[in-house]
Structures are given as structure tokens and as C-alpha cells.
Design a protein. Structure first.
Lengths: 128, 128
DNA sequence: GATATCGCTTTCCCGGAGGTAACTAATATC
DNA sequence: GATATTAGTTACCTCCGGGAAAGCGATATC
């Protein structure tokens, strides 16, 4: 005695589960800076002030907070070298490598999105 | 007369550009609900109250605001049918399909991340 | 036509994210 | 002891996400 309703239930549950996975990801990767920082540090390890210059728009306070978050969640490691004025190097852990595909797809999408927006402006219509 | 510095400049510029693409993507997809909503509506078009029930934790006000944002950015369409108490159906546009890969990778990552966290708790150590 | 209900929408409010600018601690140099 | 460098921290402020609850337009009921 299958009904349409019964057939929809598994699809619904599956959808709710998938959304939960996406929300789990967003929970640790929320905000404006997590993805940009992980991407940048995956290119090469950097010092605090180097990140400040490379990641445009970020401020010392926000950077310090984001780096703390990322370290707590196992994405980066903070290495202190007792040199003359102290050198602190931030580098990504292997766990950040698991984000490779996400970072790639996000970057690709952002690139085509920028192009689409530029075209919309040229054509003087926002969408459709 | 190449120096190490000169060789690093293109890589730096390339990195800054890629980060810009990622930031462009995050600009329209920021917050807790954009990805979950696009994913859910890509599964099937839904009415306002159906979304409220399906996307756990979202409130009417926040949902209305997010739906407005998503419509303005061309991700979804709001269709009104003049039935007895009025039916409003929200459905994704073809532009949302361009996010397919991003949504897939984000969901995959979130799933393995949840598993990793559960293991960390079992083993009583947070990372490393 | 007064009242109730459904399907959103708006108002009010709080807390936290994130920006600005100035300050600090440790060492080295002058 | 004044100044510079590195790696932040602190105080202050604004804006936005998001929760609670009321508002509102259209129909259904009496």
C-alpha cells in the first residue's frame, strides 16, 4: 500500500541529512575569512604580517582571531621560532588538504560569477 | 637578472587573484542559510511553510530575508499562484545549477568532517 | 459583517562578527 | 634611554544575523 507520501519520505530524510552535512561544513568554515586564509596558507606558509599584506582588507584583530579558530579546528599550525624579534610562521596541516576540491570549486564558481556580473552590467539588466 | 623575489611575484599575484574569486563567491553565498536553501530547493520547489519545516532551525523572518537575497541574486524564482489562500512556490533557476559541484564538494567534506570529529571525541583527543 | 485561520511580513531587540586605531612586550640598534 | 621591528592585544563602535512576537491581507465560517 504505497502512497505518494510514503515515497517522498526517504527523499525528504535524505535531503535533510545532506543539508546537515553542508551545515556541519559551514559551522567551522563560516565567515568572510576562513576560506581565503586556508587557500592562501596552502600556497605557502607565512608570517603574521605577511598574511596581513597578502590577504587584502583583513585587520590584525580579525586575523589573530581567525588564525586562533583555524588552529583550534586543526586546519593550521602555529610555529614559533625564537629569533631576534621572534618569528611566528603559520602553515596548513594535512587536514586542510581535504578542502582542496571545495576551494577549487568555490574559486572556479567565483570567477565565472564575476564574469556573469560584469556581463549583466554591460547589458544593463541584472538577471534573466 | 632574475632574483628569487621576482620569481615569487607572479605566484603572489596569482594567489591574490584566486583569493579574490573565492571572496566574490562568498560575497553572495555568505551566512548560515544560503547553501542549505539552494541545496534544498534544488531537490524540489517548495512553499514557504514547507521550507520552514524542512530546513531545521530557520525562522520565518530569516527565511523571508534569505529568499529575497537569493531571488535578487538570480538563484531562485518566486512564483505566486492566485489560489484560495494564495500559493507561493520558490524554485531554483538554472543559475543555481552552476553551484552543483560546490554543493556536492561541501556536502562531501561536511560528511567526512562530522565523522572525523566523532572519532576525535571517541579517542579523547581533539586533533593531531 | 464580525471572527478565525493561513501564509507570509514586519517590528523590536540582543549578541556577536568584524572594522579602526591606538597600545604593548620583547629584543636589537643607535 | 629613544627608536624600530614583530606579533599581536585592547577599547570602542557599527552593522547584521537571528529569535520572539505582533501585524496584515485574503479567504472560510458563522
Amino acid at each position: 500500500m504505497k502512497s505518494i507520501v510514503n515515497e517522498q519520505v526517504p527523499a525528504k530524510q535524505e535531503c535533510i541529512l545532506k543539508v546537515k552535512h553542508i551545515s556541519d561544513a559551514l559551522y567551522v568554515l563560516n565567515g568572510k575569512w576562513k576560506f581565503p586564509l586556508i587557500f592562501t596558507l596552502r600556497e605557502s606558509p607565512l608570517r603574521f604580517n605577511e598574511i596581513l599584506q597578502l590577504v587584502e582588507g583583513i585587520t590584525p584583530k580579525v586575523l589573530a582571531k581567525e588564525l586562533r579558530d583555524l588552529e583550534m579546528n586543526g586546519f593550521i599550525e602555529r610555529k614559533v621560532y625564537p629569533t631576534m624579534p621572534v618569528t611566528v610562521i603559520y602553515e596548513t596541516t594535512p587536514y586542510s588538504d581535504t578542502l582542496k576540491n571545495v576551494l577549487y570549486e568555490l574559486g572556479q564558481w567565483g570567477e565565472q560569477h564575476r564574469e556573469k556580473i560584469r556581463e549583466s552590467i554591460r547589458n544593463n539588466k541584472m538577471d534573466k
